[in-house]
Design a protein around this ligand. Structure first.
Ligand code: AVI
Length: 337
């Protein structure tokens, strides 16, 4: 009979999301730092807000709904690649690794690979600690033989792993093409941070969205049901809550398109009329048609992403794709120094 190990849920940073905002201006619920960050973005010559503010409670649910949309191919395409090539991936990786799952959410993607990967320790990392705590306790019952150590932290700006994460062979797992939400330069420095935490025999298993027909890309980020539009517009409610802003969601519209030169989908919120927005400590007038840039989602070729991995200190890349070459799952190892 297998013995159950206890799972340690370590909460490293707080989650400041979840409360819906009324339309009128109100008290700021974000920290002074968060309000300052939002304020600087809104006052910039080209207004911009970090995509991390897309994810309050409702934003996370809307993103889950996006993953179900027929137009949003990345989720199902990546799942099909894992289903078809998971055994090959497991052979390349080897059993008994310390599996560190970045942005784990409900842990479902990693869990589907447990029977193949047979990790010695599973370390899901996610900013939303409540979600993680629930998911891990359920998972621990299904896989009592795997030690589980959940970390509630924001890893997007770099991090150091606590001592509770074993120093065995570490494998970072970063599926879902979330790497595309960094610029290529940011991606290189983020991946270098993973390499530094991975150890000499460490590796990376990562999902990457590939360049394809721009009509397919445009539809994936501007779906017929308007779920992605709601996901983008919901950021304004979140800003009302965090910064005490008075955004009127009905005065804004979703814009998303593939910027071929930049090799990225850009998401913006566009003012439908001339208007003024006020928030705690600031205000700005927007002309009709003026935009707030909310997200980039970079798309790569296999070669360009392998080149980026090499710059970050990973080599021996093995690439698995779907028959249409829309998405890639890549395993790479830390380059020996
Ligand atoms: C989380 N990330 C990988 C998604 C993407 O495709 O860039 C976020 C998203 N934005 C709009 N739709 C999905």
């Amino acid at each position: 009979m297998q013995m159950s190990r206890s799972s340690a849920i370590r909460v490293v940073s707080p989650d400041d999301s979840n409360t819906p905002a009324p339309q009128q201006r109100q008290h700021a619920h974000g920290s002074a730092e968060v309000v300052a960050e939002i304020s600087a973005g809104l006052l910039a010559a080209r207004p911009h807000i970090s995509p991390k503010f897309l994810y309050d409670g409702l934003g996370s649910k809307l993103f889950e709904a996006i993953c179900e949309l027929p137009e949003y191919y990345p989720t199902r395409t990546e799942a099909a690649i894992f289903a078809r090539h998971g055994a090959d991936m497991a052979r390349a990786i080897g059993a008994g690794a310390v599996l560190i799952d970045l942005g784990a959410g409900n842990c479902a993607k990693a869990a589907s690979l447990f029977p193949l990967l047979q990790p010695a320790q599973y370390v899901p990392v996610d900013i939303s600690r409540d979600f993680l705590t629930e998911a891990v306790s359920r998972l621990q019952q299904r896989f009592p033989e795997i030690e589980m150590t959940a970390l509630g932290l924001d890893f997007s700006n770099g991090f150091a792993l606590p001592d509770s994460v074993r120093h065995g062979r570490r494998l970072f797992f970063y599926p879902g093409s979330s790497i595309g939400n960094f610029s290529p330069e940011q991606a290189v420095s983020f991946l270098r941070g993973l390499r530094d935490n991975a150890g000499a025999d460490g590796g990376l298993l990562i999902g990457v969205d590939l360049i394809k027909d721009s009509a397919v890309l445009d539809a994936a980020y501007d779906d017929a049901l308007g779920v992605t539009a709601a996901f983008n517009l919901n950021m304004l409610r979140h800003l009302n809550h965090l910064a005490g802003a008075d955004f009127d969601v009905g005065q804004w519209q979703h814009r998303a398109f593939f910027n071929e030169e930049g090799s990225r989908i850009e998401m913006h919120l566009e003012a439908r009329a001339a208007l003024t927005v006020r928030w705690n400590g600031g205000e700005r007038q927007f002309a009709r048609g003026e935009r707030i840039h909310t997200e980039d989602s970079y798309k790569y070729t296999r070669q360009s992403f392998v080149g980026l991995l090499e710059r970050a200190g990973f080599s021996s890349a093995q690439v698995w794709t779907d028959p249409s070459n829309w998405f890639a799952v890549i395993h790479a190892q830390v380059t020996p120094s």
